[in-house]
Design a binder for this molecule. Sequence first.
Ligand SMILES: [Fe+2]
Ligand SMILES: [Fe+2]
Length: 168
Amino acid sequence: MLSQRMQEALNVQVVMEAQSSQAYLAMGSWADIQPGLKGVTKFFFKHSDEERMHMLKLIHYINERGGFAIVPALKQPVLTFVSLKQAFEELFAHEVKVSEGINELVDMSLQEKDYATHNFLQWYVNEQIEEERLARECNDKLELIGDDKSGLYLFDRDIMTMENGERR
Ligand SMILES: [Fe+2]
Ligand SMILES: [Fe+2]
């Protein structure tokens, strides 16, 4: 059984994952109307779906442990970006914040000796390592590319394989 405090904290994470999903959905829609960003568009939409899956996983867990998962209202995310670089900077900042949220939950689960929740959260701990790695890599590449159009072309072409192919 979840403590009231743990339940509330997990529900805050539900909000965070839902907001992430919305934020990346907006990035996808923005990228979709930019010329030549088909790969990036796919990447953002796929990521949005993944965040929704992260949210669902939490919802199922909260309810399974005798809590009640609250489906939250969502704020409108940032809709437009001055550049792809800016969108990815926001994505990275967002993932760092999510990681902080997960770390706080892990901390709380230990304080409360809630080892089931601690165990459940390990999946998110690992996921965030990968998410931050990927976002950092995208930012590094875009930094190198700058305004170079052929670089951007390759970035867009390769982004989906960066996610799957280079997994360590
Ligand atoms: Fe997530
Ligand atoms: Fe994420």
